[in-house]
Design a protein around this ligand. Sequence first.
Ligand SMILES: [Zn+2]
Length: 146
Amino acid sequence: MALLERKDVASSEDLEALCAQRLRGARWPEQVNCPHCHSEEVTDIRQYMDVFQRYLCLGCGRTFNDKTGTIFENSKVSLSAWAEVAYLLTADEPVTVIAENVGVSYPTALRMVRELRKSSLLHTLEEVAGEKLFRPWKQLEFESVE
Ligand SMILES: [Zn+2]
């Protein structure tokens, strides 16, 4: 039995783009600054994987993208899957349930949970998942009691 009811999401690409947009907004609400040297002299360059904006820092000459310097930087797991984990974690689901629902191995789910617990981006992702990915957790729980 599925624990959550998934909403009809336009496509996984759209969801990934939305997650990337939220990540960008949460990291840099006013002004993008370089994670290497903190300069605000930054220009947009081409997108990375069609979703994540890539930037060139005019201060230090290095490039970075929306994920650089976050827990997602070196992750092979999609940002939308991270959002799903964040949602289930916030709903106090155990790691075994999270791994099964998201479709990752237990060690991967455990690592994601540990990193999200330390991250200020946990609630940003949880919100996106709640709005776009699933029916509200509390509502579903209420309905299942009926
Ligand atoms: Zn820089």
